[in-house]
Design a protein around this ligand. Structure first.
Ligand code: M6R
Length: 608
């Protein structure tokens, strides 16, 4: 996700801004730029690629000035090009803006602004902001930004500067983070605390609908309605490294806690306000969708588990047969595909070699291919015919967590879309399911608040060497993922199994030294899973259950129960996986493992 920085004071802003942007690199970016106000003009330098490219360009320009804003861009609207990189300027090069977030009504605004004579130079949503500010500007930058902010829908953290005001930065925030670092006669603006920590530990954290007028003499914070806001200074007590992790011990834990927001971001561009479902880059006509005779999902690791969840949703709602294959198997199999087969390749990184090879194979056989990925500009975005983005934000921890729940959510919405077009669900039914999906972020939040109990259970089992994870129906991919997460980061042997398969072999492993984690949420197979729990209890094993709230039965048989808020069966996978991520996390921490970089593993597996 993008990062913004700003500086106002008596020093040269250029190295300070670059240093700040470097501290925001963890957010991911594909281009970067600075706007420096000096000698009555604003100079903008932008480059594609990493910050060293921008630094080279700045050195050539010998840019220098006491006031500036900067940006690292992670492309959402428009390709990663120099023209689309921020900062953006108004028609007269009088005002310059950097932005983090997504402006949902930008097309509408752009049309209106163009009708009023504004000339656009980029494909971005951000450029409407600077033209809108220009439209309202009558000598008061704060008022112009305020009026513009009220017209924007979506999320934004914005910093604006204006040639007429060589000692002023105006910032505004709604649904995207923004902080102001307080120095001695100088101020620092940033998307996140690490960017300013070198200079100050005293911070103002802006809340939604707040904006600030920053001069070397001081800060005035007001709401979008102009009411003054009195704010306490937040004193940062972490060091630089901890700050990048937002105060969390590890990236993995931070990313687990980011899941509610990541899901919201993933849903944002797919559910329109008018009850429509939108997939902007799908490249499938309604006729293509009506003609699909089979869906084949290919993926590896955690993404494969998302695929298994996707199968349940597509078959249940859209009534299309779905096969799910591990990419490394699919690529060397002889799959039966034709032009009416839809292949869905899921890969958070967009770079997994086996999945990309599977995409090639599918295309060679004439199938249409849709990629689901989290990384804009990744290889799959070029190889697949159409793309669905999850907008989870960069995931640094090797263990996939927030990208998984976003893949599941993207698949749910895709399944609804297919069902609607193929007329298996009408508008009312789709809206009812969409409503349940929209409630997932709050429910994940609720689960996260039960972290203490999960930690307690992990402390109890940290010395065990073997685990079994059981599930049925929608609980099976969750169980498989729980086992993968545990083995991946804690190095404990864990097997995920379909609970009904127990009697066909794995039950021989059960004794009092092998705890069994069971996904036992309310579903059509609930009674069956209770039976499976009895079987393992009878053989002396401890049971850790993931269950639906209000289930008192389970308390009687399980040693630990992690409860989930009520939700319809199919979409419960998003919730059920969260306690298992936390369980694996705490187990690994108890055993002193490096959860962010487990041994032998890489974040993107670009080789076979
Ligand atoms: O980038 P991808 O989604 O294609 O990655 C697939 C697997 O390598 C990945 O999910 C892996 O299993 C994770 N480390 C699991 O946490």
């Amino acid at each position: 996700m993008c990062g913004i920085v700003g500086y106002i004071g008596s020093k040269n802003s250029v190295p300070i801004l670059i240093d700040g942007l470097k501290k925001l690199e963890y957010r991911g970016y594909d281009s970067a730029g600075l706007a420096i106000l000096s000698d009555g003009k604003i100079d903008i330098v932008r480059e594609v690629g990493n910050l060293s490219h921008l630094e080279n360009a700045l050195n050539k320009n010998e840019l220098c000035g006491n006031l500036g804003i900067g940006h690292t861009r992670w492309a959402t609207h428009g390709r990663p090009t120099k023209e689309n990189a921020h900062p953006h300027a108004d028609c007269k090069n009088n005002i310059s803006v950097v932005h983090n977030g997504i402006i949902e009504n930008f097309l509408n605004l752009k049309e209106q602004l163009m009708e009023r004579g504004h000339v656009f130079h980029s494909e971005t949503d951000t450029e409407v902001i600077v033209h809108l500010i220009e439209e309202y500007y009558e000598g008061d930058l704060l008022a112009a930004v305020q009026n513009a902010a009220k017209k924007l829908e979506g999320s934004f953290a914005v910093a604006a500067i204006c040639r007429d005001h060589p000692d002023l930065i105006v910032v505004a925030r709604k649904d995207s983070p923004l902080i102001i670092g307080i120095g001695n006669g100088e101020y620092f603006v940033a998307s996140d605390i690490p960017a300013v920590l070198k200079h100050t530990k005293n911070i103002f954290i802006l809340e939604d609908y707040e904006m600030a007028k920053i001069t070397p003499e001081g800060i005035c914070i007001v709401t979008f309605d102009g009411e003054e806001v009195k704010k306490d200074i937040f004193k940062v007590e972490w060091d630089g490294e901890a700050a990048e992790k937002g105060g969390f011990e590890d990236f993995m834990l931070k990313e687990i806690y980011e899941q509610p927001k990541a899901i919201k971001e993933t849903m944002r561009d797919k559910f329109s306000k008018e009850d429509e479902i939108i997939f902007e880059k799908l490249q499938l006509s309604e006729e293509d969708i009506r003609n699909i005779n089979k869906v084949v999902i290919i993926a590896c690791g955690t993404s494969y588990h998302a695929g298994l969840v996707g199968k349940e949703a597509i078959e249940h709602w859209a009534k299309i047969p779905v096969e799910v294959d591990i990419s490394s198997e699919f690529r060397y199999s002889d799959p039966i595909l034709n032009e009416n087969t839809l292949v869905v390749a899921i890969t958070q990184s967009g770079e997994t070699a086996d999945t990309l090879a599977g995409v090639k194979e599918a295309k060679n056989k004439g199938a249409k291919v849709i990629g689901i990925t989290n990384v804009l500009g990744s290889t799959i975005t070029r190889e697949a015919d159409g793309i669905i983005y999850t907008h989870a934000g960069p995931e640094i921890g090797v263990a996939a967590t927030k990208t998984l729940v976003c893949q599941m959510v993207a698949l749910y919405i895709f399944a609804l879309y297919l069902a609607k077009i193929r007329k298996y669900l009408n508008t009312e039914e789709t809206s009812a399911i969409a409503k349940d999906i929209l409630m997932l972020p709050d429910k994940v939040e609720e689960i996260l608040s039960g972290n203490g109990k999960i930690k307690e259970s992990a402390e109890n089992y940290a010395n065990c060497t073997d685990f079994l994870f059981l599930g049925r129906g929608i609980g099976l991919p969750v169980a498989l993922e729980g086992a993968l997460k545990l083995k991946e980061i804690s190095y404990i042997h864990a097997e995920g199994y379909a609970a009904g398969e127990m009697k066909h072999g794995p039950i021989a492993l059960i004794d009092d030294g092998v705890p069994v984690v069971v996904v036992a949420t309310k579903s059509k197979v609930y009674e069956k899973i209770l039976g499976n729990i009895q079987e393992v209890k009878a053989r002396g094993a401890d049971v850790v259950a993931v269950a639906s709230c209000g289930d008192d039965e389970i308390e009687k048989v399980a040693d630990y129960v992690f409860y989930l808020p009520e939700t319809p069966e199919i979409i419960s996978a998003v919730l059920a996986v969260v306690p298992l991520q936390l369980f694996a996390y705490h187990m690994a921490k108890e055993r002193g493992c490096n959860v962010d970089q487990p041994r032998n593993l890489a974040k993107s597996v670009t080789v076979e």
